[in-house]
Design a protein around this ligand. Structure first.
Ligand SMILES: [Zn+2]
Length: 429
């Protein structure tokens, strides 16, 4: 089933794992039965680049290019977060993600209160890998977000010790240097060393916007991904978001090192950043994952929209068959699992793997009539709201469209007032 087969079968979950897949399985005594006729059962969807800390800033930063978006809105707002608003933001984001079928994320936090992100992930049941944003320099970075490298890394080490492997392995720690423009070289070298010592993922942004790429080239005489590669930030434990403006040489470096790229088409369009060379990266066998990025630069974390964009955006340039729906679904499942270093545990429906499973209702008018290609039906037409049931580690977190672990409606109701409080503290309201 790593080969993206579609089968009509029962799926048995036992002890948090997929126990069996096959026609008419025998139901063990006491097992709960969920009738999925008319629905599709998929591996849990993975978003390998999100910012739960920014979800509360949705609809508060429209119409700006990347660097202005950061300097004028996002950094001041992140700097104004307290523990309570950060926890709220994470819960709101997780509610959206789980209800829409995303079961695992790679998340970049902000600088402070990072434990709130882990706590929210812990209580919600989401499979979470993340860490604090590391920032020790940068033009117009607010003082509250700038730390010296030693302080930043000491806290990251502490977070790793406390959270990596928590909740029976569901929570994991990542080192998150924000991007080249906010990190000095000694910090980045230490990140590379620490990651290989501790076995933590390194997650960063690279070559997202032409202005950012031009500034990096002017300051360092080198491009983002090439610079990271030279400093040792490369390999199967490194996940770079965006990769829109890569040189050919950089694509070769990602491929040869096994560094992962996360395609974020929604955010790349909305910030006017550009279009990543997806078919070319695929041709070079760079592993690709999908991510919604930040709620204020997308403005949705609906992975189905992201899949539709990935499956259609590149066709005018590369041709109508250059990106197949099944390949996009692969990016959002096993591709994301590989980026997270979890391909043996999640990302496909295989007996023995953890039961991260999503059920999608196919009976809505907008999905009818069904074609022969279920992958195409899902990628071109399905929506987050078509998800009915979501399991992580075999635990039913969403049941018949209702999130069991968080008060989704209450979070949506209170979000405006909570966002206003942060904006006032930031001097933006
Ligand atoms: Zn991002």
């Amino acid at each position: 089933m790593d080969r993206r087969r579609v089968v009509e079968a029962d799926l048995l979950i036992e002890g948090g794992r997929i126990a069996a897949i096959g026609p008419r399985l025998r139901r063990p005594a006491g097992a709960e039965l969920i009738d999925c006729r008319g629905r599709a059962v998929l591996p849990g969807l993975v978003q390998a680049h999100v910012h739960l800390c920014q979800v509360l800033f949705r609809n508060q930063a429209d119409g700006l290019p990347l660097l202005d978006w950061l300097r004028r809105r996002i950094w001041p707002l992140e700097a104004a977060h307290d523990a309570r608003s950060l926890r709220f933001s994470a819960r709101l984001g997780i509610a959206e993600l789980l209800l829409g079928g995303t079961t695992a994320v790679l998340d970049m936090g902000t600088v402070h209160h990072t434990e709130e992100l882990f706590l929210a992930a812990e209580e919600s049941g989401l499979r979470y890998t993340g860490g604090k944003a590391l920032m020790d320099r940068g033009e117009r970075v607010p003082r509250a977000l700038r730390e010296d490298a030693e302080t930043a890394l000491a806290e990251a080490r502490e977070l790793g010790r406390r959270w990596h492997g928590a909740a029976e392995g569901r929570l994991r720690h990542a080192l998150c240097p924000r991007f080249v423009l906010s990190c000095g070289e000694p910090l980045l070298r230490e990140v590379a060393a620490l990651a290989s010592r501790e076995g933590w993922i390194v997650h960063s942004h690279a070559s997202e916007h032409p202005e950012e790429t031009a500034v990096v080239r002017r300051l360092l005489g080198e491009d983002n991904a090439a610079y990271y590669h030279r400093l040792g930030i490369r390999g199967p434990h490194v996940v770079l978001a965006h990769c829109v403006h890569l040189t050919r040489r950089e694509m070769g470096l990602l491929a040869s090192a096994g560094t992962h790229a996360v395609h974020c088409p929604g955010a790349n369009l909305k910030l006017g950043s550009g279009v990543a060379p997806l078919p070319e990266l695929r041709r070079r066998r760079v592993n690709l994952a999908i991510g919604g990025d930040g709620a204020p630069c997308n403005n949705t974390l609906d992975v189905f929209r992201e899949m539709r964009l990935a499956a259609t955006l590149h066709l005018p340039r590369f041709g109508p068959t250059s990106v197949r729906p099944a390949e996009v679904l692969e990016m959002a499942t096993i591709g994301g699992a590989r980026a997270l270093g979890l391909a043996r545990e999640i990302g496909s429906l295989v007996p023995g793997k953890r039961a991260d499973v999503v059920v999608v209702d196919l009976r809505a008018p907008h999905l009818s009539p069904r074609g022969d290609d279920l992958h195409a039906t899902l990628v071109y037409g399905a929506r987050a709201s078509d998800v009915t049931d979501v399991f992580v580690d075999g635990r039913r977190l969403v049941a018949a469209g209702e999130l069991r672990t968080l008060d989704a409606q209450g979070l949506a109701r209170d979000a405006h007032a909570e966002a206003k409080r942060v904006a006032r503290r930031a001097g933006l309201a």
